[in-house]
Ligand binder design. Structure first.
Ligand SMILES: Cc1cc2nc3c(=O)[nH]c(=O)nc-3n(C[C@H](O)[C@H](O)[C@H](O)COP(=O)(O)OP(=O)(O)OC[C@H]3O[C@@H](n4cnc5c(N)ncnc54)[C@H](O)[C@@H]3O)c2cc1C
Length: 431
């Protein structure tokens, strides 16, 4: 990890078009991070940006973007190098993913669901204590999944939301995995399951039961890959949302689905430990919105300079009102970037209380400020800028979705922050 953190030289960062969200020299990125960001930026700007309007309009999955991600060897971005992947750690991935979010929010958000299956089982798991037996079985399990991803271009989804308290980490998942001969029988339903009908495997969080009448416990949370073609797997419901339309987050139903034991993504007990010890893992939903925040700002600058493609070359930059507005946007963008960068830089297992609170503050800031920046962009650029032929209105709609992402919704981040600020562990006002 340390060698990735060194600012090991100046990296050529000038691409045709947009400059990096995080300049490699200013932000002291490693060569590895800078090169990865340049790669994702080039791919997303060159290919995904042009497809984004059609994907959004039709609320369809960005299949062709995934073909590009596979062709460019990025599906294994977070698969450890010794398994044949690119070996990005949490920060390198987050920085590179933000560049994708800048050009297609839905691709970045769905890509995050796929990548989490590798990041959690890769970098995060490698930094968690495990017994030698657990480590051996974990290696065998992940080899299977990584091989599919790297060799077959398999796409993994990450459905955990059920509409109850489980996705917020309060109760056991209602989706159950009953132990039977050679595997489990899975029953349950997952709402807002991005990539439904398009992923090859669903990385499902569920509660293992030794017997049908056993009491479900969060400590028995399992992380299991379910083959989308298995008998008993179905996708239900319409998908016609406000934003992030290309995520195709429909409802997944599992009815008596048999899954062999080899399909675990993490050994028993390890996910539960990861969720407690590695809280920053939930920040992986932010890069898409960090990218959108940057895109809203970029659009405003281009538009006011009369340089936005698809609009007449009319300059509006000479008006003091516009200058004040972009200054306000720049301040908010820099605040958001700085807090986010610090949070993803200091992420580690068992963070200090202060670092954890900073992570909540960063999550809240990215999710809320992306939308605030998009609304400022609409207000500042004006009526001609919010036509559907231009990307701004999509950025505005997509940005609104960030605050809703469990378990760290904007509401829950403020709730956890408020409680943690006023109460130390174990304190209560009773008695
Ligand atoms: C575009 C998009 C893509 C998504 N993709 C995925 C995906 O791939 N996988 C996945 O698992 N989920 C996904 N989600 C789901 C997301 O994480 C939420 O589960 C979903 O938005 C449903 O939330 P809700 O607002 O109906 O939640 P509700 O459960 O109705 O909660 C409403 C709000 O109440 C608050 N709240 C919830 N529980 C508690 C509690 N215990 N205590 C206090 N306050 C609470 C939260 O702030 C929450 O936002 C996606 C959502 C969106 C919008």
């Amino acid at each position: 990890m340390d060698d990735l953190r060194q600012n090991d030289g100046v990296v050529a960062n000038v691409l045709d078009g947009d400059s990096p969200i995080f300049d490699p020299v200013d932000w002291r990125l490693s060569n590895f991070e800078a090169a990865l960001c340049a790669e994702t930026r080039s791919l997303a700007a060159g290919r995904f940006a042009a497809r984004a309007p059609g994907i959004d309009r039709a609320a369809r999955f960005p299949t062709e973007n995934y073909a590009d991600l596979h062709a460019n060897d990025l599906m294994g971005i977070c698969i450890p190098k010794h398994f044949g992947g690119r070996g990005a750690d949490l920060r390198a991935y987050m920085l590179a993913a933000a560049e994708i979010g800048r050009y297609c929010g839905a691709t970045a958000l769905t890509f995050n669901m796929h990548v989490s299956s590798c990041l959690w089982t890769g970098f995060l798991a490698d930094n968690l204590p495990m017994s030698a037996d657990q480590r051996t079985s974990h290696d065998a399990m992940r080899h299977r999944h990584y091989h599919r991803i790297l060799k077959e271009g398999a796409i993994y989804a990450q459905p955990f939301s059920e509409g109850g308290d489980a996705a917020a980490g309060k109760t056991a998942f209602e989706t159950t995995a009953l132990i039977v001969d050679g595997g489990w029988i899975i029953n349950g339903r997952k709402i807002f399951a991005s990539l439904s009908g398009h992923a090859d495997y669903y990385g499902v969080l569920c509660t293992e039961l030794a017997a049908a009448d056993a009491t479900p416990s969060r400590a028995n949370t399992m992380y299991i890959a379910i083959d989308s073609r298995a008998a008993g797997v179905s996708v239900e419901g319409e998908w016609d949302p406000l934003g992030m339309r290309g995520t195709v987050s429909r409802t997944l139903v599992f009815k008596d689905v048999f899954v062999p034991f080899e399909e675990q993504l993490m050994p028993r007990g390890v996910y539960f430990n990861a969720a407690r010890q590695w809280p920053h893992m939930f920040m992986t939903l932010t890069p898409s919105y960090m990218g959108i925040a940057q895109a809203a700002y970029d659009f405003t600058i281009r538009y006011l300079r009369g340089e936005q493609p698809g609009t007449p070359p009319v300059k509006r930059r000479m008006y003091a009102t516009k200058q004040l507005a972009v200054a306000q946007m720049k301040i908010m963008l820099e605040q958001t970037k700085s807090l986010w960068f610090q949070a993803i830089t200091e992420a580690r297992p068992n963070p200090s209380k202060d670092a954890l609170m900073r992570a909540w503050a960063a999550q809240y800031s990215v999710m809320e400020n992306a939308n605030e920046l998009a609304q400022l962009a609409v207000r500042t650029c004006g009526g001609q800028a919010m036509l559907r032929s231009l990307p701004l209105e999509r950025l505005y709609r997509d940005s609104r979705c960030g605050a809703l992402m469990l378990p760290w919704t904007a509401e829950l981040c403020t709730k956890m922050l408020g409680e943690s600020l006023l109460y130390e562990t174990g304190e209560s006002d009773e008695g």
